[in-house]
Design a protein around this ligand. Structure first.
Ligand SMILES: [Zn+2]
Ligand SMILES: [Zn+2]
Length: 191
């Protein structure tokens, strides 16, 4: 989503509110994709918040929420999950041209931005494109894996049925440590 910030740039306004949804699969934002086992639900990623100008420092501040489908890492059951988190960025206007451009004192000697680039959202003179940052933040915040329940017993290694549905009928083979077996035999022969 392109958020128009010309009102801020022209000092006609000090705050722009936004409220939109986007489909991360259909955005043209250049960014890392989401993990393969995550599918964002139909209503997309919901983003609400403000871009504000506080004495020349522009801040992008949003609440992001999304519902997604994934699978249990142990039993492969389909799961419906949701996530919400804030995204805060300092908006830095880059590029030349008239109007406000960003303070060159933030540049180091070799011309590199010396701030924490992770917290910076670069903008041009008239708009910001926050969706790539939002997708990136989302991929960082998604759990490494999901479970249907913390004690999900997974699948039967023999027949592949989910064990939480009850016994699958396969016999459980008892593992006996060979050394213990010898000891047991010795003890049995003792009498
Ligand atoms: Zn499970
Ligand atoms: Zn089984």
């Amino acid at each position: 989503m392109k958020i128009d910030i010309t009102e801020l740039m022209n000092h006609r306004s000090y705050r722009i509110d936004f409220d939109y949804r986007f489909d991360p699969g259909k955005t043209d934002a250049e960014c890392v994709g989401l993990p393969d086992d995550i599918r964002i639900c139909e209503n997309g990623i919901h983003v609400t918040g403000t871009v504000s100008d506080n004495l020349g420092i522009m801040t992008f501040s949003a609440e992001v929420s999304a519902e997604y489908e994934t699978v249990c890492a142990r039993c492969l059951e389909e799961l419906h999950r949701s996530i919400d988190f804030p995204v805060e960025r300092t908006v830095v206007v880059s590029g030349s041209g008239s109007g406000r451009s960003f303070d060159k004192s933030h540049l180091s000697d070799d011309g590199e931005w010396d701030g924490v680039t992770d917290d910076v959202l670069f903008a041009n003179e008239s708009w910001i494109l926050p969706d790539a940052d939002i997708i990136e933040e989302l991929s960082l915040r998604l759990p490494m894996f999901s479970l249907c329940s913390d004690d999900c017993p997974g699948l039967c290694p023999k027949c592949g049925k989910p064990l939480k549905d009850g016994p699958c009928g396969c016999e459980e083979e008892e593992y006996v440590n060979p050394q213990m077996a010898i000891l047991k035999k010795l003890l049995e022969n003792k009498d």
